[in-house]
Every structure is written in structure tokens, then in C-alpha cells.
Write a protein that binds this ligand. Structure first.
Ligand code: ZN
Length: 44
């Protein structure tokens, strides 16, 4: 998920998976597409 956060008087977009911050919502959503910090299911 992408969460919004206020920092230095402006809105930032944070990837809830890895806590990476983006200044553009488009960048955050694009990152989220390939962010794979979830536990790999193949280890189960
Ligand atoms: Zn991420």
C-alpha cells in the first residue's frame, strides 16, 4: 500500500512495504508494482 505522510510542509508518498519515500504519487505506485518485500511463499 502507498501511504501519504507530511514532511517539511509537503506531502510525501510512502511505500508501506519498505518505508521508501517518494515525492510523487505516481512514483510511489510504480515502485509498489515491483516492491516485493513480502515473505516469499516458496519457503513454506
Ligand atoms: Zn517498497
Amino acid at each position: 500500500m502507498v501511504a501519504t505522510t507530511q514532511k517539511d510542509g509537503s506531502t510525501w508518498y510512502r511505500c508501506e512495504e519498505c518505508d521508501m519515500l517518494f515525492d510523487l504519487e505516481e512514483d510511489a505506485k510504480a515502485h509498489e508494482e515491483y516492491c516485493d518485500t513480502d515473505s516469499p511463499s516458496y519457503l513454506q
